[in-house]
Write a protein that binds this ligand. Sequence first.
Ligand SMILES: [Fe+2]
Length: 250
Amino acid sequence: MNDNLIIQDYLLYTEEDHKTWQTLSNRQALLHDGIVSKAYLEGFRKLQLDPNRIVKIDEMSTHMQKICGWSLLSVDGLIPTRDFFYMLTNHQYPITVPIRKPYELDFSEQPDIFHDIYGHLPLLTNIDFVKFLQTYSAIALKFVDDERAVELLGRLYWFTYEMGIIAEDGIHKPYGGAIITSSGEMINVKSDAIPKHAFDVEHIFCTPYDNLKLQKEYFVINSFADLFKSLDGIEAKLKHHLLPADKLKK
Ligand SMILES: [Fe+2]
């Protein structure tokens, strides 16, 4: 479908690469219980990952198909927006094959196999989240030729699947993959000085972000069912934001 699909040549990973996976996996194990969202944890346990060796994408894809109906595609780097949303609407999730270098343990600018597997697969086993993700992707496909619409919808993806927080028994817990796979974000998110807004699509559309810096704000959902409901009427809201500035209602 696109030039970014590649084969994961497992023999190309070095022992240093496996060590990077192991180090990052061990860190994750330390922070899981009681800190990240239940949905993430439940999904994570279903993956049955080997903390010592980099995952084989084909094997994990077969496993995912059995447990939740998703399959995985091996990719090299970021894929075109249209292809990405198309994959998601078809229950396919792209996994970056390379792993970060040892000097990027705390922060990797580009997605890597660790981020994609640990950050994004657990929630693909959650039915309510998947309803949101697939409906969101189908809407995004309709607007994919409009750069501004893609930017605004990208903010919604960012403040949910990457940087989302859910309130569980009054406690804020991350479910977003970019928080959970970043030790810096895990500390940042706990700071009272960083605003945690109630989830609001309009607010998110008006909130730019910097993916290379620690976040200055987050958005909190109450449930994944609520997150799904937030898509009601979103196309009208989006169209309103796409109007020229002089036509926007104040
Ligand atoms: Fe990601």
